[in-house]
Design a protein around this ligand. Sequence first.
Ligand code: CA
Length: 227
Amino acid sequence: MTDALRILLIEDEARIADLLVRGLEEEGHAVRVAGTLAQARQALAEAVPFHVMVVDRMLPDGDGLQLVRQLRAGGDATPILVLTARDAVKDRVDGLHGGADDYLAKPFDFSELLARVGAICRRSRPAEVMQCGDLTVDTKSLRVHRDGSEIRLTAQEYRFLAYLMENRGRVVSRAQILEAVWETTNDPGTNVVDVYMSYLRTKIDRGHENKLLHTVRGLGYLLEDGH
Ligand code: CA
């Protein structure tokens, strides 16, 4: 038995999605379903980070692999199982080159999907706890603590913080953050980095005398203890 997982299922066929949700929930997992790439991006921005993703390729607004490629390009290491109706060797190779951890051709048995999901989670990189002062980010459980108290972040906030944590002690520019965390090179004009920085400040630094998140005027942002 694997531990309870938070799973993002990106699948537009209701019959398959329902079947998988029922089966996975019976195993004790929590499943969020997205029927399009747009819904998946929304879930990644809003929800608590996912332990594993199951991604269909043929979606109404594009190929699920597009999202997988973008996530990998941004340094996201979430284990991903790709589903497809196409069982050609080329599709399998594309899937694995695109950054998927494994591939399952439709139709499949639920037991096989469950086994594959368990396998890619076990294979994923070992627990690593990154630390800055009294702030810790556990990259396996996706939990964040400050001074021993758990801080609840959305998936997008988590990705932003994990990126700052990987670069702790170094100034990162808005452009670098946009590229790594939002997988885009131009700000959609919403100051999204600054908006999310204010969310992180509220959750991480508010109420603490020792601030860890710093603005370096004209350069970008910095996560550092004892600044
Ligand atoms: Ca589909």
